[in-house]
Each structure stands twice: as structure tokens, then as C-alpha cells.
Design a protein around this ligand. Structure first.
Ligand SMILES: Nc1ncnc2c1ncn2[C@@H]1O[C@H](COP(=O)(O)OP(=O)(O)O)[C@@H](O)[C@H]1O
Ligand SMILES: [Mg+2]
Length: 455
């Protein structure tokens, strides 16, 4: 994205674009199977699946006037079999990706459509260009995925809208990083400007860590460029804090006005850098919840457009630090499938198409119980190679839940191949006691892990 100044300019542009874009938007008043709304999910993992299945479950699919298209990089991806059409293509290749989009939406003005970027591993910039130059409807606006995947742009946005974040700096050389580290003091966390799932990140507790961090970051960064983001590391977060994903929905209301609706905050904790377990309802005090919601709202309203925003926040005592955001469903939000009247995928679909969402859609429906979702992971295979998945013993898992007397559930994604610790599904538990619910969800997850058969 260039320099900090370039990024500040993009933020300004994004805000101006939002204002013009929202004037052009209108609620969708009819779905017509003769001229279906084309909904494209770039990325067809579990979060694509959650959105596209809602097109069938709620709107009736192609006969109901919505045609879904899922694109991913490998054959047999989770949303492939539920999409009306699918494409397997290297999404980082802009030419190929653009061709597939044009195949379904040759004329962005003539075909009602929405393009949802489910993953960052795609040529986001090419999709952005289709949006600003030709009027393709990139959710929520073409600018937002670009900003959300760039940690520096994100930090600048937080400062612009005046929401608290951890102390941060950036460097574009090893020397620069060392200087910053000296000024800020340890511990620090050093991250590539563009990554996810903790790739290329170093928690620097010693000077040795700092020395290794720069090269490590560049090696694992997704984009080009030589910048790293340096943050104050908050050890208290894991010890006595809690992580929040504050979802914000931008949607039309019944009166045809774009409004901002705040979902109940989803809480999560993780032993490492990646998603592990999350739950609803929240346990943070009301006063803290109000802050989480107020900050997330400011972020979403600055960028605008339709659809869901997921703002990641760290809460320590009564302090809230905004950390990252994405304008799409979020892995920690999969728990909404069991805990809210409509899940994050359904909410995103309806909102981003221009259909109304009502307040009761975001009600927590677990009535006096906590609902915990826990990841089901592939084992550590001790190799970098992909391992084929032969199948899973569904009966055994379901019988286990019943035998144990648990109130629980599972969602198996059906991925054809696995690598070490790949997410293969989710286990869910309900209980009036949060810690018990967490323990049960973990128990089901670990049992389910043993029931997946690898080749
Ligand atoms: N400054 C920090 N202090 C303490 N923990 C952090 C900090 N930054 C990140 N983490 C931990 O690492 C996780 C992943 O970091 P994040 O910035 O969200 O990157 P990713 O893109 O990999 O999700 C967070 O959810 C949190 O648990
Ligand atoms: Mg994150």
C-alpha cells in the first residue's frame, strides 16, 4: 500500500466512497429466479459455507431468485457442494480470478450481485479495482477488505476514528526494528503487515527474539514490502483478560434506511495465536460491553457499506484495546450458529444483499445457558505434506454426546485433505455454567478428533 501517507489517503478515499456508495444503495425489493441475484463467495471454507447455505435455507436458492457461486483454490472445498456453481482457481492470480467473476457477472450494472471476500488469500487489489473502476459490488465497499488486511492501515484507522489500541510502531528494516524495540522496551509482539493465523509473528521477550523477528516476519508475510508492525505485548491478556469479537451489522431496516446493529459480543480465549474456543452470552460487565460496541460501531460507520464487520478487541479489566477487524463473518463467530436466532453467515448474506434484518434476528436463544464452540483439529502429522482424509465415524461421535448426557452438537466441515492442526470441524456444548460448557465442548472436540480417519 506504500507509505503511511498513502494509507491515510486511502482511508480518506474510503470514507468519501462510502458516502457516495450509500447514496446509490437501495433495498432489494424482489428476488426473481428469471434474473437471479448472483452472490459470489471468494473463498469457500466454513465461513463461505455458512453464508451460502443461508441462501438455500432462508431464500430458497436459485428458484428463490439467488444464485450462489463459490471460488476456492482446491477441489472439494466445504462450500463447493452447496453452491449453485463453483470454480477451482488460484485466487492470488488476479487475471484468473477476474475472469471467473466476469463469467457470472459480465455486466455489473445489469446483474444484481454481491462479491464477498471470505479469505485474504486472494488478489484483493484486483477485486478492489473491479469495484472502484467498474462498479462491481464488493462487500462492504471495495476499500474495506484492503484496509482490514493491512495492519498499518488498520492502526491508522483506529487513530482516525479515535478508538483505543495497543501502543504500536512500525519499521521497514532490521535496524529500524531494533531502534523501536530499544525505545519501547520489551516484551513486544512483531507482526508482518499482512498475515493471518499468527504466521510470521514473534513475541519478543528477549533481545535474541528481536534479532530474529525481522527476517522471520518477512519470510512469512503474505504481501510484498519490508514493513513490520510492532506492538506492546500484553501478557495480562492471557492471564486475566478476555478476547472479544464485536460484530456490527450494517443493513437496511424495514423502512429502507441503512442502520448499524450491534450483536452481543462474542468472547474467546486461545492458548496460542489461532482460534480455539468462543462463546455466548458474554461475561464482561455492561460498562465494558458498551465500550466494545461503541468502538466497533465507530469503525464500521467510518467505512460503511452493507454486511457484517467483526472487530477484534482485547479486554483487560475495564480497558478495551481494538486490535484488528474484518468485514466478513469471523471464525470466532461460528458459535452464532447455535446461539443466535440467525448466525453470522445468514446475517451477512441478508444484509449485504440489501434485505432487511430485524432486531430479533440477533437475539441470544440459549436461554440461561452458555453456548461454547470449540475447534476440532487435525493432529500434528509431523510433516508439511497434505494428508488425505478418508472419512469420519459420525455415529460414534453422536453416540458419545448422547451417552455422556451432554447437550451438544458438532459440525464436520468435510475437507478432503488435512495438514497438521487444520480445522476440521466444530464441537458445541451448552451448560448453565460457563466452565462446564467449555469443558464439555473440549471433550466432544477431542473425542471427535479421534474419529476422523486419515490416509
Ligand atoms: N499486543 C498483543 N498482546 C497480547 N496478545 C496479542 C497481541 N497481539 C496479538 N495477540 C494474540 O495473538 C492473537 C493473534 O493476533 P492478531 O493480531 O489477531 O493476528 P492474526 O491476524 O493472526 O489473527 C490474538 O488473538 C491474541 O491472542
Ligand atoms: Mg486476529
Amino acid at each position: 500500500m506504500g507509505s503511511l501517507e498513502d494509507r491515510l489517503k486511502i482511508l480518506e478515499e474510503a470514507h468519501s466512497f462510502k458516502k457516495e456508495h450509500e447514496k446509490r444503495l437501495a433495498p432489494l425489493d424482489q428476488l426473481d429466479p428469471r434474473r437471479p441475484f448472483v452472490y459470489i463467495s471468494i473463498g469457500g471454507g466454513e465461513l463461505g459455507d455458512l453464508v451460502l447455505t443461508a441462501a438455500k435455507r432462508i431464500l430458497g436458492g436459485e428458484r428463490g431468485g439467488i444464485k450462489t457461486v463459490a471460488i476456492d483454490r482446491y477441489e472439494g472445498f466445504p462450500a463447493q457442494d452447496i453452491a449453485d456453481s463453483f470454480e477451482v482457481v488460484d485466487m492470488l492470480n488476479g487475471d484468473l480470478l477476474e475472469k471467473r467473476i466476469r463469467k457470472y457477472v459480465p455486466d455489473p450494472q445489469g446483474v444484481p450481485h454481491a462479491i464477498y471476500l471470505e479469505i485474504e488469500r486472494a488478489d484483493t487489489y484486483r477485486v478492489f479495482k473491479l469495484g472502484v473502476e467498474e462498479g462491481y459490488n464488493v462487500i462492504s465497499t471495495p476499500y474495506v477488505p484492503l484496509i482490514g488486511m493491512d495492519r498499518l492501515a488498520t492502526k491508522l484507522l483506529f487513530d482516525k476514528v479515535g478508538v483505543p489500541r495497543v501502543e504500536w510502531a512500525y519499521a521497514d528494516s532490521e535496524e529500524g526494528l531494533k531502534k523501536v524495540a530499544k525505545d519501547m522496551g520489551l516484551p513486544l509482539i512483531i507482526k508482518p503487515v499482512m498475515t493471518s493465523s499468527g504466521h510470521g509473528t514473534t513475541i519478543a521477550r528477549t533481545w535474541k527474539d528481536v534479532e530474529r523477528a525481522y527476517e522471520y516476519s518477512l519470510k512469512h508475510a503474505r504481501g510484498k514490502g519490508d514493513e513490520v508492525v510492532i506492538e506492546r505485548y500484553l501478557p495480562d491478556l492471557k492471564e486475566r483478560g478476555i478476547e472479544i469479537t464485536q460484530f456490527v451489522l450494517r443493513h437496511f431496516d424495514e423502512n429502507g434506511k441503512i442502520v448499524t446493529t450491534l450483536l452481543p459480543p462474542v468472547e474467546h480465549q486461545r492458548p496460542g495465536a489461532t482460534y480455539h474456543e468462543s462463546w455466548l452470552p458474554y461475561t464482561i460487565p455492561e460498562s465494558v460491553k458498551r465500550k466494545c460496541q461503541e468502538y466497533a460501531k465507530r469503525i464500521a460507520e467510518y467505512l460503511g457499506g452493507l454486511g457484517i464487520y467483526a472487530v477484534e478487541q482485547f479486554v483487560i479489566d475495564d480497558k478495551v484495546y481494538n486490535s484488528e477487524f474484518a468485514n466478513r463473518p469471523h471464525d470466532t463467530g461460528m458459535v452464532t450458529r447455535w446461539a443466535l436466532r440467525k448466525d453470522e453467515g445468514a446475517l451477512h448474506l441478508l444484509a449485504s444483499m440489501g434485505l432487511p434484518v430485524v432486531n430479533s434476528d440477533i437475539d441470544i436463544i440459549t436461554e440461561g445457558m452458555y453456548c461454547v464452540a470449540h475447534v476440532i483439529l487435525a493432529p500434528d502429522f509431523g510433516t508439511d505434506k497434505l494428508v488425505p482424509v478418508i472419512g469420519w465415524r459420525a455415529t460414534e461421535v453422536l453416540a458419545y454426546i448422547r451417552k455422556k448426557g451432554y447437550l451438544g452438537d458438532i459440525w464436520y466441515f468435510g475437507k478432503p485433505m488435512a495438514y497438521s492442526e487444520r480445522r476440521m470441524g466444530m464441537a458445541v456444548a451448552y451448560h448453565e455454567n460457563l466452565n462446564t460448557a467449555r469443558r464439555i465442548a473440549e471433550d466432544i472436540a477431542h473425542f471427535a478428533e479421534k474419529c476422523i480417519i486419515y490416509g
